[in-house]
Design a protein around this ligand. Structure first.
Ligand SMILES: Cc1cc2nc3c(=O)[nH]c(=O)nc-3n(C[C@H](O)[C@H](O)[C@H](O)COP(=O)(O)O)c2cc1C
Length: 204
């Protein structure tokens, strides 16, 4: 049996990201849970922002923002960026976060975040409570501590955080499977096990 409730944004898990905006001198960070990937090629994303947010006008005017992915280490800072306004506090300063120059945009990236997506707004859509900024991801940066010599990302080690209906959750650090593993051939499974074993031994 299911309990039916009134319609609402009850999807979980969601990412909750720290979105930086502005420029290296005058910048701000706000927390956004209404985000996701909407296209692969070109890579596209969106953020939905309430017009009353201080960041709203900044993003609307500049047409740029950076998505900084949240980790367990950053979760408290992420929450703070979602309850304090840039109208009242300098969130970078208050949280001791460092600005890193982006490659394509004037917007600073958060150095402490291991994944930064530089985004250029291509369309703005008023939805109701929120305005959606649809954007192209024009550059991606990953902390090299989490990239191995083959260019593979260690997402487990980054310790990402999930947002489930108002609460922040730790995510598992070990993968449960991989894209297509439900139909892989035994030969592939054997090779994968061998590779994982070799990788573990290398780390020791
Ligand atoms: C976990 C979390 C998720 C949030 N998601 C959104 C969101 O998707 N869109 C939005 O407009 N505000 C969202 N907020 C609220 C803003 O981050 C918050 O109002 C913030 O203080 C705005 O900062 P600013 O006034 O400096 O722009 C969220 C807050 C939290 C804590």
């Amino acid at each position: 049996m299911k309990v039916t409730s009134k319609p609402g944004p009850l999807m979980a898990p969601l990412p909750t990201v720290m979105v930086s905006c502005g420029d290296m001198e005058n910048s701000n960070i706000l927390t956004i849970a209404w985000t996701g990937i909407i296209n692969s090629d070109p890579p596209m994303t969106y953020i939905s922002v309430q017009p009353k947010r201080y960041s709203y006008e900044i993003i609307k005017k500049s047409g740029e923002f950076v998505i900084n992915v949240t980790t367990e280490e950053l979760v408290k800072a992420m929450d703070y960026c979602g309850v304090k306004s840039g109208r009242d506090v300098d969130k970078f300063k208050e949280l001791g976060l460092h600005k890193e120059k982006a490659e394509q945009l004037a917007v600073p990236m958060i150095a402490e975040s291991p994944v930064n997506l530089e985004c250029k707004v291509i369309e703005t859509k008023e939805l109701g409570s929120h305005v959606m900024f649809m954007a192209e991801i024009v550059a991606v940066h990953v902390d090299d501590r989490y990239v191995d010599e083959k260019g593979a990302y260690d997402f487990g080690a980054m310790k990402f955080v999930a947002f489930n209906h108002g609460k922040y959750y730790r995510m598992g650090t070990k993968p449960l499977g991989f894209f297509g593993y439900s139909i892989m051939k035994p030969k592939t499974a054997k090779r994968k096990r061998r590779e994982a074993h070799e990788a573990r031994n290398k780390k020791k």
